[in-house]
Design a protein around this ligand. Structure first.
Ligand code: HEC
Length: 185
């Protein structure tokens, strides 16, 4: 190394106690990584945390889980959707009606107007009017209230069909047993 005007060796900016301080430039590759990381970090923060224009892995996970739950629910033969399909299916309703006549009429009246069991044609429901509620009522019964569990007796298929038939009675409002439970519009 040569000596410059200030009497120091080239590249040495400060000498004290024989310690020589140099001022080397940071290498460009190093600076590129530094500034690149800053720009990337800012972009990431903007996209994922501020504008939320892309889903984070947590969001993606939660979306997948709820899609899976929904798919499982829809695949279940006792789901609201599956039962709603049966209510529109006349042959299923006819079979449901046969099951009703032989199994349910004794307590709920020949036309669903109620006898020992509640009127199934009015808008009052003790255990809920949703198709899934009716299915559960028929499937599991309320043994302590005098409504047997029909699922094990009839099997899933007939239970679904008689549920659809009961749902088709809704709104007929036949005069019969007095209203029980809560009104459901
Ligand atoms: C032995 C008599 C009996 C038979 C047979 C019977 N039920 Fe019932 N059912 C009842 C009684 C009693 C209740 C009311 C239970 C309560 O008070 O919680 C009831 C309640 C219900 C409910 C709920 C009504 C509401 O207001 O939430 C539905 C739905 C129902 N039965 C459908 C059926 C179907 C369908 C069948 C035939 C597969 C059937 N039941 C057979 C006695 C019977």
């Amino acid at each position: 190394m040569s000596t410059n005007d200030t009497g120091k060796k080239d590249g040495i900016v400060h000498v004290y106690d024989d310690i020589q301080e140099e001022d080397n430039h940071l290498p460009n590759w190093w600076l590129a990584i530094l500034y690149g990381s800053i720009v990337f970090g800012f972009g990431y923060w903007l996209v994922y945390h501020t504008t939320k224009s892309l889903p984070t892995p947590t969001d993606e996970y939660l979306t997948d889980v709820s899609a899976l739950k929904k798919a499982r629910q829809q695949a279940s033969p006792a789901s609201e959707d599956a039962l709603a399909g049966l209510v529109k299916d006349t042959s299923a309703l006819e079979e449901g009606q046969k099951v009703y006549a032989s199994t349910c009429a004794a307590c709920h009246g020949p036309n669903g107007e109620g006898l020992v069991g509640p009127n199934l044609t009015d808008k009052f429901w003790i255990h809920g009017a949703a198709l899934a509620d009716v299915y559960k009522a028929v499937d599991q019964g309320f043994v302590d209230k005098g409504m047997p569990a029909w699922g094990p007796v009839l099997g899933a298929e007939k239970t679904r069909k008689v549920t659809a038939f009961v749902a088709s009675l809704k709104g007929k409002n036949l005069p019969g047993k007095e209203p029980q439970g809560e009104p459901v519009e």
